[in-house]
Write a protein that binds this ligand. Structure first.
Ligand code: NAD
Ligand code: WQD
Length: 337
């Protein structure tokens, strides 16, 4: 299939594009490069055997999208393009609603005009809000605690309404839990701009000596060791999940919602220890007060994806740490070096 991948040069989009190439599809990547580097295209070419078509542009540019969808004879779209920093979304809500909600609206309009009605959307476990009941099932109550989460929830509502209004659409929302890791070659991975917000990239920068020590946000949560527990998922398992979702969704009308997680939680201190094993060092940390808005625990019930997509995670926490370390230690400046 010809697949338009919005946000295709980003962390998850680039690795999914590589998997699409490897599976014999033709990905067309569209990205405005606001949070990614074009050098990733060379890495995809090296690992995937051919260089995917790349369009530098914005998902809010409906005319551009219509042109790309028609000219590349796109069969389905995987829509990753979005802003994703929770704290930034609180400070700049309009930028988040514009990119994430307006961007998706423009994309859906363009798809409608051209007659492409297969979409896989990057949603997030953040749509479960501050849920306390674990594990999280797809039909658990939904809510949002910040504008980023709200933008994902708004898009899910748009997709649900569209599926009801026009049964020709196949719309899949994938709720990712905590994606981490890198390509096992160490050639592709995540390189956040500035100080990392997320746990794994922060630990990786401590391990490589770019940051002094990890600040552990709270150790009095009702969890086995008192630190936060999350469902970490290897980004290559996540990429495989997109292929499975595409295979399931294309030509199957309706809204399809899946958790993509392992079903297993790991605490902050467990991740730190596993990373220490991977890099062969004891990594320094300080306990600091909890981060506002954090929940104690979050993990998926991944059964629906296993049963309906035939997909489940296969990579362990040790794999996630080893692959992140391989990437971080060889690319301390990400793709810019
Ligand atoms: P990323 O920032 O690495 O990738 C997103 C890409 O979209 C970037 O390359 C960026 O340049 C591009 N982009 C942003 N706005 C755009 C616009 N208006 N037009 C064109 N391109 C634009 O992030 P990621 O981690 O790869 O996340 C991909 C998707 O998965 C996002 O929708 C994100 O919300 C979602 N998600 C991520 C996580 C996570 O922890 N990484 C968890 C759950 C959901
Ligand atoms: C994990 C755990 C922290 C950093 C976020 C978004 C969510 C989704 C994934 C996009 C928590 C602790 C972290 C640090 C720490 N993104 N921590 N020190 O918050 O579960 O999810 O990313 O959709 O929407 O909210 O992930 O990696 O930030 O935190 O102790 O320096 O690590 O308190 O317990 P989170 P995270």
């Amino acid at each position: 299939m010809n697949i338009l991948v919005t946000g295709g040069t980003g962390y998850i989009g680039s690795l999914t594009s590589l998997r699409l190439l490897e599976a014999g599809h033709r990905p067309v990547l569209l990205d405005n490069l606001c949070n990614s580097h074009p050098a990733v295209l060379d890495r995809i070419a090296t690992l995937g055997g051919s260089r995917p078509q790349f369009v530098q542009g914005d998902v809010r540019d409906r005319a551009l999208l219509e042109r790309v969808l028609a000219e590349a004879q796109i069969d389905a779209v995987i829509h990753f393009a979005a802003l994703k920093a929770v704290g930034e979304s609180v400070a700049q809500p309009l930028a988040y609603y514009d990119n994430n909600v307006n961007g998706t609206l423009a994309l859906l309009h363009a798809m409608q005009t051209v007659g492409v009605r297969n979409l896989v959307f990057s949603s997030s476990a953040t749509v479960y809000g501050a849920a306390e009941q674990m594990p999280l099932y797809e039909d658990a109550p939904l809510s949002a605690t910040n504008p980023y989460g709200q933008s994902k929830l708004m898009v899910e509502h748009m997709l649900a309404d569209l599926a009801v209004a026009d049964p020709r659409w196949s719309l899949t929302a994938l709720r990712y839990f905590n994606p981490v890791g890198a390509h096992p070659s160490g050639l592709m991975g995540e390189h956040p701009q500035g100080v990392p917000n997320n746990l794994m990239p922060y630990i990786a920068q401590v391990a490589v000596g770019q940051r002094a020590s990890l600040r552990v946000f709270g150790n009095t949560y009702p969890t086995p060791d008192g630190t936060g527990v999350r469902d970490f998922i290897h980004v290559m398992d996540l990429a495989d999940g997109h292929l499975a979702a595409l295979q399931h969704g294309v030509g199957r009308p309706g809204l399809h919602v899946f958790n993509l997680g392992s079903g297993q939680g790991h605490s902050v201190l467990e991740v730190l220890a596993a990373f220490g094993q991977a890099c062969g060092k004891n990594l320094p940390f300080d306990i600091v007060p909890p981060r506002p808005g954090d929940v104690a625990s979050s993990w998926a019930d991944p059964r629906r994806a296993r049963e309906m997509l035939g997909w489940h995670t296969t990579r362990s926490l040790a794999d996630m740490c080893a692959d992140t370390w391989r990437w971080q230690s060889t690319h301390p400046q990400g793709y810019s070096v």
